[in-house]
Write a protein of this length. Structure first.
Length: 447
């Protein structure tokens, strides 16, 4: 069988590994493009197939389905709301506001309340040449929070199950579109009050006709399962959690499909069909953002704010396994804060907090493979690393992408600088890399 014809199958449809990056972190949520061979070198004048300006702001990952690229964005309009007031100042988390400690996010939250309307939209581009095919505005509102100064109002990535497109704008609702941009349904889950008004960012996950949406905030937190075709609520579980920004991992094990969610209080697994709690485990640090990844029959979760925690937990777990021998392995010396890890051929690659410091561990045992190593020309990282063809691609906030050779030693293959800041994680399909910068979307490919 030709490798190009292989598919990753689910119970509903198939992803073509050469044409599809259907969700945040790719086909299997590991950040890896298993049959791709994209360029390792590029610049503003080399290996750029096309570059187009994207209106508005957003740090969400573009997704690719067949011949289209889909981007979520929030466009500030000239329309001004009447009677907008300044929010109450908050004194919580002073370390985070002044730069933080042990990987604090830094920057500011809780600034002046927005007064302008934003158009929250999805835009479809032609994958071959970057031409805009359509744009669909799904909501038009004045955001109720200022947000962190490094966050955007479109930080949640769109996704598809091959039948429909889905996008969550959090407090602006969850929306379902067809592939022509027509809205099929929308669901209002309420208004988030995020920690320090840092803003929203969790992406939904979809599997087997169920769209799962996390809603952790400073109010009554919950997770909800929606019928992907209609938007009808199938189940809802309350969560003893404050604001999180982590996207769920949905994975099948032993005839049952689990929804794995990270959290400050607990990592939890829910049954996809019923929402029933399967297992839970304490021990994570605060402000969880990285998405869980699966390796063999374990799920690996990480947090890296005000402490570091990496836990490998067997999917066979039941009940509360906190501090038990059920946990496969634990490490607490370094973990990422904003970026998720990439899992490639049994090896985890991630940065320490948001810093340009690389760490690599064996996914099976937790054994350290590459100790804390300073990345040249990369000071700060928000984008999650991706992998393909024995290379790890790690993009810094200043727009420089380091390409590392996969293996048990640290080897830089190339350093590729673009002209804009980049917080959005890359997507790789076929022999192309799609990078969303502050103002433009790049398609990187050899001529």
């Amino acid at each position: 069988m030709c490798l190009a014809s292989l598919f990753v199958t689910t119970s509903v449809f198939a992803y073509d590994l050469n044409t599809d990056w259907p969700q945040w972190r790719g086909p299997d949520m590991s950040g890896t493009a298993r049959q791709s061979n994209p360029p390792t070198t590029w610049s503003e004048t080399e290996n750029i197939r096309w570059k187009i300006e994207v209106p508005g702001v957003g740090s969400s990952t573009p997704i690719i389905w067949k011949d289209r690229v889909y981007v979520a964005t929030a466009v500030k309009t000239d329309r001004v709301a009447e009677g907008a007031t300044q929010p109450e100042a908050t004194t919580e988390e002073p370390a985070a506001r002044s730069g933080g400690r042990r990987g604090g996010r830094g920057g500011r939250g809780g600034g002046a309340q927005p007064k302008n309307f934003y158009d929250f939209m999805v835009i479809a581009y032609n994958r071959a040449n970057g031409d805009e095919m359509w744009r669909s505005t799904v909501a038009s509102q004045v955001p109720h929070e200022a947000g962190h100064n490094t966050n955007t109002y479109a930080s949640s990535s769109p996704l598809t199950d091959g039948e429909r497109l889905y996008v969550s704008f959090g407090s602006r609702g969850v929306h379902c579109l067809d592939f022509a941009g027509k809205k099929l349904w929308e669901k209002n889950l309420g208004v988030m009050q995020t920690r320090n008004q840092f803003g929203e960012g969790s992406s939904p996950a979809v599997h087997d006709g169920m769209l799962v949406v996390p809603f952790d905030h400073e109010g009554e937190s919950f997770i909800v399962g929606l019928n992907a075709e209609t938007g009808d609520e199938k189940w809802r579980q309350p969560r003893d959690e404050r604001t999180t920004w982590s996207t769920p991992l949905i994975t099948e094990f032993d005839g049952r499909t689990q929804v794995i969610t990270n959290g400050t209080t607990r990592v939890r697994s829910y049954d996809l069909v019923t929402g029933e709690l399967i297992w839970e485990c304490g021990g994570q640090a605060s402000n969880p953002i990285p998405t869980p990844v699966r390796f063999e029959d374990n799920v690996i979760v990480m947090t890296g704010y005000r402490g570091y925690a990496i836990y490998s937990i067997p999917l066979s777990a039941k009940g509360d396994i906190t501090d038990s021998d059920t946990i496969t392995w634990i490490e607490e010396d370094a973990a990422p804060y904003v970026p998720s890890p990439v899992l490639y051929n049994g090896q985890l690659y991630f940065v320490k907090a948001n810093n340009g410091v690389l760490v690599s561990r064996n996914a099976k045992t937790g054994e350290l493979i590459i100790g804390q190593t300073r990345l040249p020309d990369v000071a700060s990282v928000y984008a999650s690393p991706v992998a393909a063809a024995d290379h790890i691609y790690l993009t810094g906030r200043d727009g420089n992408t380091l390409v590392l050779k996969h293996g048990d030693t640290f080897e830089v293959v190339a350093s590729n600088q673009l002209d804009e800041k980049i917080d959005a994680s890359a997507a790789i399909v076929g022999n192309e890399i799609f990078l969303r910068a502050k103002e433009h979307l790049y398609c990187i490919a050899k001529p």
